[in-house]
Ligand binder design. Structure first.
Ligand code: ZN
Ligand code: ZN
Length: 302
């Protein structure tokens, strides 16, 4: 697979010159980094998968967040990140939709790693129901809204999001003073505007699913347009921009727009709306990029 084709050089937010962290973010395939790094392997309705890497040496952990793509593809993309999908320390499930849950059980079983998931999310898909979990010998650790848990040096806090798979969670990841957020698949921004949720983030992966005009005039039938654009659907670029304009923290260094629709959005529209919002917020020097549908991209501050 030619993943380099999909890789996009980070765009520089026009408000300020690229900060010196730029060099340390590009080409992050080496291990033993300090801090935390998010490796996005796939993003969008054709499948989602990301690896969260934190700590060093004996303390180093890697979590797999969702796996809605073929395991083989995920393994190959992980190798590009210098990581092994078969040695992850845990698998996290955001919600039961197939573009996220398809292979979470398979990845957890192969890695002999625990699956961190809300039990209702597991029970809603045949592929992850309890009998399957038992058959594959996977240990489930239940997660719930705002209840933090630790995996090695990484603290994970699930944040429940409004989406038409109940429950759906986004996640905050914290280690050694670094804080990252990963939020896709939600239709309203209010929960992330609550005091404290986005505070102190240096890295944010945030949904920018569709452009409203493209959705309205695009190929989706009316009922699907309503679902995607509704309060339990996905964020429009304008909502992502509203969230950034109201709540992007001054600590933010790296913003990745994610889960872009292949039919109802264009990276330049999403990036333009986000850049305007960051300007409005008075934030500069932020690396801003859009995650490719499939292909390796790293985000994080070392
Ligand atoms: Zn999704
Ligand atoms: Zn979903």
């Amino acid at each position: 697979m030619d993943c380099a084709r999909d890789y996009k050089e980070p765009e520089q937010h026009p408000a300020k010159a690229m900060p010196p962290i730029h060099e340390s973010i590009l080409g992050q395939k080496s291990l033993g980094c300090q801090g935390m790094r998010i490796h996005i392997l796939a993003s969008g309705s054709s499948g989602n998968c990301a690896l969260i890497e934190a700590g060093t040496g004996q303390d180093r952990v890697v979590l797999c967040l969702d796996c809605g793509i073929a395991q083989r593809t995920a393994r190959e993309l992980a190798e590009q990140a210098g990581l092994s999908l078969t040695h992850v320390d845990g698998v996290l499930l955001s919600h039961h939709h197939g573009d996220h849950s398809l292979n979470v059980l398979g990845v957890a079983a192969r890695a002999k790693a625990p699956l961190f998931a809300h039990e209702e999310a597991l029970s809603q898909a045949k592929r992850t129901r309890l009998s399957e979990v038992r058959r594959r010998g996977v240990e489930v650790r239940a997660v719930s809204d705002r209840h933090s848990f630790s995996v090695g040096p990484l603290t994970v806090t699930p944040i429940q999001l409004p989406h038409d798979a109940v429950p759906t969670h986004g996640f905050l990841f914290e280690t050694e003073g670094r804080r990252a957020g990963f939020f896709t698949d939600f239709g309203e921004i209010g929960v992330l505007q609550e005091a404290g949720v986005l505070d102190g983030l240096d890295t944010l992966v945030l949904e920018a699913n569709h452009d409203r005009r493209m959705l309205e005039s695009g190929p989706y039938p009316y009922h699907l347009q309503q679902r995607v654009g509704g309060p339990l659907g996905h964020l429009a670029n304008v909502q992502t921009a509203d969230l950034l304009a109201s709540s992007a923290p001054p600590t933010l260094r790296h913003l990745v727009l994610a889960h872009l629709s292949a039919h109802n959005n264009l990276p330049e529209l999403a990036l333009g709306a986000a850049a305007d919002a960051l300007d409005q917020r008075g934030l500069g020097g932020i690396i801003l990029e859009a995650a490719p549908a499939k292909g390796y991209m790293a985000a994080g501050v070392s």
